[in-house]
Every structure is written in C-alpha cells, then in structure tokens.
Design a protein around this ligand. Structure first.
Ligand SMILES: Cc1cc2nc3c(=O)[nH]c(=O)nc-3n(C[C@H](O)[C@H](O)[C@H](O)COP(=O)(O)O)c2cc1C
Length: 593
C-alpha cells in the first residue's frame, strides 16, 4: 500500500489479516484529503453527546482535598522542573497525591457562553471530548488511610473511586522491584467519546490524548520531585486485567474502556544511595510486571458499574475496533533500565523548590493557565532564543541512560520516532521558511533519503551547538501552513507551526503494529511539553489534529509511507474570545479543606 494510492478500502477488497497491514490500512483510510475528509457522521448528534465524566456507580468515592496554590505542597518554579534534582522530594501522602491529580487530569476552569457551560482540564483533548481516563494502583501508604487497591480518578469531583480492593501484601509483591513508595498510574481511552464527533479518525485523536496525559502526569510528578517511567514491557491483557477494563459485567451496556498504558511513579529521593528508606537490592528496574501477581489481584473484590455515556450510538465505527485490536500489544517485553548510581544535587543548596520571582512563575501557575489558543493575532513574534529553547525541550537525548534523559523524556523508554517539519513565520532573527528538527541525529540520512533529494540541509543560522535544526527553504509559508491544516488560520497567524513527522512504516514493520498508538503518544507528549513552554514564554499553543495528510507530505516530497505526519501544532500570540466567561474549576463543589 502506498501514499500515492490513498483511496479508502472498499468492503469487497481482500483485506490482510496481518496486524501491521491492518494498522497501515487504518492510517491510510483515515487521511483527510483536499476533496474528502475521513469518514464521520458529518453532523453532530447533540442528543447523544457523550457524558465527559465516567463514574462507577456503587464504587466508594473518596474526595481529595482541593488545595490552593499557596498551600503545601507548594509548586516549584516552572524552570526548576527541568533542573535535575532541583525539586524537593515530597512523600506520597494525602496532600501530594491530590496535587499530582490536580496537575495531571483535574478540571482547570469552566467556560460559559449563554446557557452552555463546559469544563477544561489540565490535559488538553481533541474537541475537548476527553476520552482519557486515569487510574492509580496504590500500596499501603503510611499516614494515608486509603486502602490498597485500584482507584479511578473522577475529575469533576476531584476524587478517587475505589474500583478494587487488593491485599496489601500482594500489592507490595507487585511493586517490590521498584523504589520505595512507588505506585502505578494507568490510562485508558473511551473511543466512543471521540468517535461521536470525529468518526473513523478518532482512534488517532484518542492516542494523541493519551500522549498528552502521559505528559501532564510526568510533569505533575516532576513538581513533587517524583520520577515516572512508562511500564511498556507489560502486555496489554495484563494492563486490561489490572485496570479492570476486561470486566465485561462491570461495563454492561456502558461504553468500554480501551486499556492503554501503565507507568510507575516514585519519589526521586528514594533512589539516593544514602537514603535510609532505600530498598534497592538491584541496580536495574524492570519495565514490566509479574502477570501471575496481577492475576491474583484481579481475583479480589471489585466495586461499581460504569455509567453509560450516550443514550444511543447512531453509528459504530468498526474500523476503530479493528485498529485497536490489530495494535493490541500481545507480548511481554522484559525491558530493564539502569537506576542511577550517583546522588542528585541536594535541593537545599539549589533553593529551586520554592516559587521565587527570580526563578520565574511556578509550575502550578503555568499548568493552571494552560489553554489552547482559538485564534492568533497574526503579529506577535518570539525571539530566536525562545524558539531554540523550545526546540531544546523536545530533544530527548536518547544517547543517555533512561533516567538521565531530560524530563519528560526520562518517562519515554524509546528512542525518538518523531521529527519536526517547521513552518517559521514570525521568529525574530530567523528567516521565515521551512525548517526541520532531527530529534535523533543518527536518523539524518534516513530523513534526507525519504524527502525531496533537491532540498539543501543547512544548519539553521545561530542555532545552539548540538541542536540538529536545519533550514530547508526560505519563503512565506503562512498561507500554505493554514491551507494544509484544514484551512485553519491558527497555523499561519502564529509565530510558527509544525508537523510531527514519524518514521512510520519501518517502525511498524520492525517493532510491530502495537507501535502504531505509541507514535501518537510520543507526538502528544511532545505537544504537551510545548503547550507549557508556550505559556512560560508569554504566548500560547494549540494542537492541530485536523490536517490534510498527503498535501503536507508533498511539501517536502515524502512519497511513501516511510515518513508520515501524525500531528500538527502551532504557537503564537493568542486572541482571547471575550464572549466567553471563565469560572473557577471547582465552583460547583462546596468548599472543603
Ligand atoms: C490531539 C488534539 C488535536 C487538536 N486539534 C485541534 C484542531 O485541529 N483545531 C483546533 O482549533 N484545536 C485543536 N485542539 C485543541 C482542543 O480543541 C483543545 O485542547 C480543547 O478544546 C480543550 O481546550 P484546552 O486545550 O484549552 O484545555 C486539539 C487538541 C488536541 C489535544
């Protein structure tokens, strides 16, 4: 199958049973073209708009305290979360866990226009439909009267629903190979929420949103001096079993949840060799779980039945189920990572764990104020230094050991598969035109071979040493960027916009179809870094899921599936929509301590 033949597959066509061919088929079929968008209902079925809040009826809800920004645990400066060892490690307790959820998945505001009100969250979501659900598996925690078990996070209530009771000793066994006080964090997706609006392309958007949520969780952990790594060695049946998404009777007629991923989170201080509470017998940590322990846990007591989100589903998009099934991770990979032997600098000497004006705004402020721009002013420029700093933030430094990579790339246990094709419009000191960020220098010649051979790859002028940023073409790309982004002005009225181009077909054939969602996760994670960087730089960002796939590829002469653009993004000077009223995130709840 090639990008030159993008016509959708008809039901009569012979369809391969090979999972890689299936996800490629899904991808090609869900491309937008100038003359034809990917299949969707074509109108919004408002009566059946999905409820954005999943609840498990019958499961006990434990309300978490709503903490003000000036209450403990205080947020470090935004700049400190990027300085290794600069944030004081918080213990996992009744105040830090609510903070973690507040910065990762909580409501951040309500917007109101006339009679309509809708909630925004710390994590962004395509169409604000929020298909992503969050979970934690907690061990017994000293001084915290939550029972060991599986909890579902309810963002509207800022509470934890107790889905399953797990015996403390068994949870301790499950977590034994991780640092002290570790807990697990899990994400699932309700595909229907996105499919209701976006039809067949929705599986892509759900996975972008997972990537954003991995990002918000990793960054939330960083504000507490915690580490996080994706446990991506785990097979998906085990993820399903641990998060209870395979419990058909708990879901009944309700929309199912697709189990996406698990991560381990722990207080970074617990890795310091001199820490008295360190329990490290090994210098390596697994990125997989013992599935026999998970089976034992899953046999425990479960509570609650999932609520139904839409009365009726006008259309069911089978191809989403097919893509989800084809990309199911069947195998356990016995991935191990090294735990750092050396101690981190002491936070006491760095003084970076408190918000001070010298260190700039707090991470908490930046996370709360993050919004997607709905329009840009077409005027605001950013400095080249700011632009280069943003590019540095998305460099994963994959040559380093996992936990020594810069946050949040220390959570992503892979080399990068995503590179950036940038339309620079208004960056002071940089000539407008087309640029390319090669996020892994080893891939330069592969990228060059996948694109138009006539492109000249010149290192971008004034580019900081070690940043593989290339200048490909000079020119005004404002109209072009908007045109290929489904005619959305936000791609041209900004300071710059870009496409996230994946090493596509080779990655799938080499690693397997289960890598299809992971490319979208990596793109979402990258987007999340830049959402916050934009806020910190006094500008604003917006993710762009709607773009014309192949017209984007034609710009740089990508003619095959070797490379595919998966997600677009834009950053610039925002224009506020003054017709909208903003309300505090938890104004609907009684004040509680
Ligand atoms: C994967 C993804 C794709 C998106 N695509 C678009 C888009 O094509 N156009 C747009 O204006 N906004 C887009 N957005 C922005 C969302 O509409 C926005 O995140 C959502 O309304 C929630 O608002 P907030 O980001 O301010 O919390 C996208 C966001 C995500 C995460």
């Amino acid at each position: 199958m090639s990008a030159e033949n993008p016509s959708p597959v008809t039901p009569t066509e012979c369809v391969s049973t090979n999972p890689v061919e299936k996800v490629i088929r899904y991808h090609v079929r869900t491309k937008h073209h100038f003359n034809r968008y990917a299949r969707s209902l074509g109108f919004l079925d408002w009566v059946n708009q999905p409820d954005p809040f999943r609840r498990f009826e019958g499961a006990q809800l434990i309300s978490l305290p709503l903490l003000k920004l000036d209450e403990e645990p205080l947020s470090p400066a935004y700049s400190a979360i990027y300085a290794r060892g600069a944030v004081t490690t918080q213990p996992v307790n009744v105040r830090s866990l609510p903070r973690f959820f507040e910065y990762a998945l909580a409501l951040s505001a309500w917007k109101k226009a006339g009679e309509s009100e809708w909630a925004l969250r710390s994590n962004p979501s395509s169409g604000n439909l929020h298909p992503t659900e969050g979970y934690v598996i907690l061990p017994r925690i000293n001084g915290f009267d939550l029972k060991p078990g599986l909890y579902h996070y309810a963002p509207k209530e800022h509470g934890l629903e107790w889905r399953a009771e797990f015996p403390a000793e068994q949870v301790a066994r499950l977590l034994d190979s991780f640092p002290s006080d570790a807990f697990l964090f899990g994400l699932t997706s309700i595909h229907w929420r996105e499919a209701w609006k976006y039809g067949e392309r929705a599986f892509r958007y759900c996975n972008h949103d997972v990537g954003h949520a991995i990002g918000t969780a990793r960054i939330a952990a960083a504000t507490l001096g915690w580490n996080m790594v994706l446990l991506d060695g785990v097979d998906q049946d085990t993820v399903a079993m641990l998060l209870g998404t395979d419990r058909k009777k708990d879901f009944g007629e309700a929309e199912p949840e697709h189990p996406d991923c698990l991560a381990v989170v722990w207080p970074s201080e617990n890795l310091k060799p001199e820490a008295s509470f360190v329990k490290r017998a090994h210098s390596e940590m697994p990125l997989f779980l013992d599935s026999t322990i998970v089976k034992d846990l899953a046999a425990g007591s479960w509570h609650g039945k999932a609520n139904r989100l839409s009365q009726e589903h006008g259309v069911h998009w089978d191809i989403i189920d097919e893509a989800a099934e084809a990309s199911w991770k069947k195998q356990t990979d016995q991935l191990m990572i090294d735990l750092p032997r050396k101690s981190f600098p002491s936070p006491d000497t760095l003084h970076a764990s408190r918000t001070t004006s010298a260190l700039g705004p707090s991470a908490g402020h930046i996370i709360h104020q993050r919004r997607s721009a709905v329009a840009f002013d077409g005027k605001t420029s950013i400095s080249a230094a700011t632009f280069f700093q943003m590019m540095q933030r998305v460099m994963p430094r994959a040559e380093r050991p996992q936990l020594e990579r810069p946050m949040p790339w220390d959570a992503w246990p892979y080399d990068p598969a995503i590179h950036l094709m940038l339309f620079v419009h208004r960056v002071d000191g940089l000539t407008p035109g087309l640029y390319f960020l090669v996020r892994d220098s080893k891939k330069l010649s592969f990228l060059q071979q996948s694109m138009n051979p006539e492109l000249v790859w010149t290192v971008a002028p004034e580019c900081p040493e070690g940043l593989p940023l290339y200048w490909l073409l000079e020119g005004d790309a404002k109209r072009l960027a908007a045109q290929v982004s489904c005619h959305q002005d936000i791609a041209g009225e900004s300071a710059f916009s870009f496409g996230m181009v994946a090493e596509f077909e080779g990655t799938l054939r080499e690693r397997g179809a289960w890598w299809y969602p992971r490319m979208f996760w990596e793109a979402g994670l990258l987007g999340q870094v830049l959402y916050l960087e934009a806020e910190a730089a006094g500008v604003r960002a917006t993710g762009i899921g709607c773009f014309f796939d192949d017209p984007v590829h034609e710009i740089v002469g990508i003619q095959s599936l070797a490379m595919q653009s998966l997600y677009h993004f834009t950053i610039g000077g925002p224009v506020e929509d003054r017709r909208l009223q903003t309300l505090p995130p938890y104004h609907h709840l009684q004040p509680r301590s």
